[in-house]
Design a protein around this ligand. Structure first.
Ligand SMILES: NC(=O)c1ccc[n+]([C@@H]2O[C@H](COP(=O)([O-])OP(=O)(O)OC[C@H]3O[C@@H](n4cnc5c(N)ncnc54)[C@H](O)[C@@H]3O)[C@@H](O)[C@H]2O)c1
Length: 371
């Protein structure tokens, strides 16, 4: 029988014990969420957990269970085919990804939690997980969006930290999931609070030859970039739907970036200017305004002259995927009106007023073309 001192002292160990000790020190990773980006995140981290001795090979992925038209459970199909046929068809996730429909079971052994669900589900998930997470666990949020309460906005990383009682970093960037799923090159930014060591572990977990990750000490800046650019993408979609041309779209992107920066700095004076030049800033804004789902649905809305609702278009065009920009525009509008800032942010305000039908899509440039 081995003594405890032998287990603690590597020099007294047999190779077998050394292996057991190393295994006990490895981080276990769980991905909470399995949509389009959630599945790609699982694929990215699963390729690294196999390569690095810092992590357990297996990556658990919590799946919000659904029954497919074939009558099969999504989880069974993912585990049988190694593919998320609904949200990321045609891409193998890695054999070490295990889909699990039981949320509590999926997270119980994890010390690295990747949270990646649409933002409207995060609070409910965290409530279910409170008190059930390892106390030394670290989280990272890939979620874009904010929550607005009477006392002001709360970023998703703060909500996760507060509800689960653990530190939470963020990862955002110019990351259209389907492209990364096909291993096309892109960059991303990890935003961290104080714990640089945790940020380094997240970079190690996500970085691959085709996914270049850097870190900055600016959680709020990184997270607000990822959240607010969806509002600008809706404006870009209106411009596309009305066929206003590339110059108009570039103007909307420039004004949008200016408002993103001003809004972020008003809310959190610690936000750094340099963050807006990272992948999470200008690069994510560009890719989302060129090709993302928020732009696409807003384009269809403008083409219908604002007659078809966003809910209807989301259901028709996204097949279960969720739109973020419209609800974020509403959240931002609430903050702006509550704080008396509406006039400071004409683009953000217009996007919301167009989305709720108070103004026609063409109003998106009127504010600027009157002068
Ligand atoms: N898709 C992208 O290209 C991309 C890129 C970067 C960031 N993001 C962000 O990642 C986050 C997750 O997006 P996604 O693309 O992985 O998801 P998605 O929109 O593709 O899919 C929706 C997911 O929500 C799940 N769901 C539905 N109802 C639910 C419920 N009641 N409770 C919990 N889950 C439920 C579905 O099962 C599915 O997994 C979002 O904040 C998004 O903005 C997405």
């Amino acid at each position: 029988m081995c003594s405890i001192s032998a287990f603690l002292n590597p020099y007294m160990m047999t190779p077998h014990l050394q292996e057991a000790r190393n295994a006990s020190l490895r981080s276990k990773v769980t991905v909470v969420g399995s949509g389009n980006w959630g599945s790609v995140a699982a694929k990215l981290v699963a390729s690294n957990t196999l390569r690095s001795t810092s992590f357990h090979d297996e990556v658990r992925m919590w799946v919000f269970e659904e029954t497919l038209p074939s009558g099969e459970k999504l989880t069974d199909v993912i585990n049988g085919t190694n593919e998320n046929v609904k949200y990321l068809p045609g891409i193998k996730l890695g054999k070490n990804v295990v889909a699990d429909p039981d949320l509590e079971n999926a997270v119980k052994d994890a010390n690295m939690l990747v949270i990646v669900t649409p933002h409207q589900f995060v609070e409910g998930i965290c409530k279910r997980l409170a008190g059930k997470i390892k106390t030394e666990a670290e989280a990272i949020s890939l979620v874009k969006g904010m929550e607005v309460k009477v006392d002001g906005p709360r970023m998703m990383s703060t909500l996760i930290s507060q509800q689960l009682g653990i530190n939470c970093s963020v990862l955002m960037g110019a990351n259209i999931a389907n492209e990364i799923g096909q291993e096309k090159f892109s960059e991303a930014t990890v935003g961290y609070r104080q714990n640089k060591g945790a940020a380094e572990s997240w970079v190690q977990l996500f970085n691959t030859p085709y996914f270049n990750v850097t870190s900055v000490q600016d959680v709020e800046g990184v997270e607000l970039c990822g959240t607010l650019k969806n509002v600008v993408a809706v404006a870009a979609g209106f411009v596309d739907g009305l066929e206003m041309g590339n110059n108009a779209k570039a103007a909307i992107m420039r004004i949008g970036l200016e408002e993103m920066k001003a809004f972020s700095k008003l809310l959190f004076p610690t936000v750094k200017d340099s963050t807006f030049f990272e992948s999470c800033g200008v690069a994510d804004l560009i890719t989302t305004c060129l090709g993302g789902r928020n732009r696409g649905v807003a384009e269809a809305f403008a083409k219908s002259g604002g007659k078809r609702s966003f809910d209807e278009l989301e259901q028709e065009l996204l097949q279960g995927q969720k739109l973020q920009g419209v609800s974020t525009a509403s959240d931002v509008y609430e903050v702006l009106s509550h704080r008396g800032w509406l006039e400071l942010f004409p683009l953000f305000s217009l996007v919301h007023e167009i989305c709720i039908g108070h103004l026609p899509p063409s109003a998106i440039v009127h504010q600027y073309s009157e002068h």
